[in-house]
Design a protein around this ligand. Structure first.
Ligand SMILES: O=C(O)CCC(=O)C(=O)O
Ligand SMILES: [Fe+2]
Length: 411
């Protein structure tokens, strides 16, 4: 939807009348008053709601199209497709440029083995020693939640108490998840121990002006008890993602970006552009959700010492098969810049910091090229763009050339 479009009263009334019902699910969000008070809707908020409805409509059309083509006599014989496996590649044989061309630009998840992320692999004891006294917000899974990954905030705990709770046999409903806790913001001492793998070190969020949105959000820490799951979700702002696992096992299930319509998305998380999904992947019900038969699931069990790349826009679900310790980061490079700009265009209607980030990323002078070659980077080096740009050359790859390559590869 164009920035100059004026939203009419009729548009607003229609958007509100079709607004997904969320009243039955309690949540706290300052902005929810608008849902009950249409008169206070600004033009931008109305435009945001309409754009979100358009997304839902787009998925509905795609679903109808595919359903029409399906053989209705064999609907009862539909099965959930077999999972294919994520490829594992040793870092010693994977150059920066190979990674970009083979995985990032083709939206293909991959596990890179043999990377050294910290000088000594982190243990829970080490994290407890350095960050134990920090207070951190924790989450817990709620089945009917509309929040990101079906995880709801449930208070604050000291990091050492979160770690200690892994050893006790807490009932499932008392288990908590330290989820995506920013190390640069809350424990720079731990952040400084991290080396950013070269594949992700060209993060464009590090080239924005100081204090821009997301610049200091990652790497972040994850500590989870066995049995806890992050339900199917899509990462926000069209970001790519990587995770390094130090302890435990995490089973990841991915789908392609094009599978979103087939996973029955609903936009019921207030003020989020990202969908939730109605399907239960523990026991996929093909009679209720026949389009699942057309999805392309990919799976892996991430092991300690491995690093996983998750392409932007791909729905994924994560089961902690054992209690786990991991770090992760969301990032942008040329492979997902366009998607990130599209997502930020929507978020910018509601949030001034998203607007500011979008303006920077869209400035023709913004340095958005890939490095010509680059090595793994200590955290402090990764954070010093001004020094880096003197040290490394940027590849002469433009957004247009990346898109052309993506088109060729996806035809
Ligand atoms: O490890 C997890 O539980 C989920 C990680 C993830 O997908 C995310 O942070 O977006
Ligand atoms: Fe995620």
């Amino acid at each position: 939807m164009s920035g100059n479009k004026v939203v009419t009263d009729e548009d607003i009334i229609e958007a509100i009348s079709e607004w997904p019902i969320t009243e039955s699910i309690p949540y706290t969000d300052d902005r929810t008053e608008h849902i009950h008070n249409p008169a206070s809707l600004s033009n931008k908020e109305a435009e945001w709601r309409l754009a979100r409805l358009e997304r839902a409509e787009g998925h509905r059309h795609r679903q109808e199209e595919i359903l029409r083509e399906m053989d209705h006599n064999s609907l009862s014989q539909l099965t959930f497709p077999a999972h294919s496996q994520v490829e594992r590649v040793p870092a010693s044989g994977l150059s920066y440029s190979d990674f970009l061309h083979k995985y990032a630009q083709t939206s293909t998840p991959v596990i890179v083995t043999g990377l050294q992320i910290t000088s000594q692999p982190w243990t829970l004891d080490h994290v407890s020693k350095v960050a134990g006294e920090c207070d951190a917000p924790v989450k817990k899974p709620v089945k009917e939640s509309v929040k990101f990954a079906h995880l709801e905030d449930c208070g604050t705990m000291k990091v050492k108490d979160i770690i200690d709770s892994l050893h006790g046999d807490l009932p499932h409903d008392q288990q908590v998840y330290l989820f995506d806790w920013s190390l640069p913001c809350h424990c720079p001492e731990l952040a400084k121990e991290i080396t950013i793998p070269k594949y992700f070190a060209g993060d464009l969020l590090q080239r924005t002006s100081a204090d821009s949105l997301y610049q200091d959000s990652w790497p972040s820490l994850f500590i989870a008890p066995a049995g806890l799951t992050s339900e199917l979700h899509v990462d926000t702002f069209g970001s790519n993602f990587w995770m390094a696992l130090f302890q435990g096992k995490k089973r990841w299930t991915f789908f392609r970006r094009e599978d979103i319509s087939l996973l029955y998305p609903v936009y019921n998380n207030p003020w989020s552009e990202d969908p939730n999904f109605r399907v239960d992947l523990d026991s996929p019900d093909l009679s209720q959700f026949p389009l699942l038969a057309h999805t392309h699931p990919v799976q892996c069990v991430l092991e300690p010492g491995e690093v996983l790349f998750v392409p932007a826009g791909c729905p994924h679900r994560v089961e902690n098969l054992e209690s786990s310790l991991a770090i992760s980061a969301n990032y942008i490079d040329l492979s997902n810049l366009h998607l990130a700009q599209r997502e930020l265009t929507l978020a910018a209607l509601l949030h001034s910091r998203s607007h500011d980030l979008l303006e920077q990323l869209s400035d023709p002078n913004f340095p958005n090229k890939h490095w010509s070659d680059i090595d793994h980077m200590k955290f402090e080096e990764f954070k010093s763009w001004v020094k880096l740009k003197e040290q490394y050359e940027l590849f002469d790859i433009t957004l247009e050339s990346v898109e052309k390559e993506q088109k060729v590869l996806t035809v």
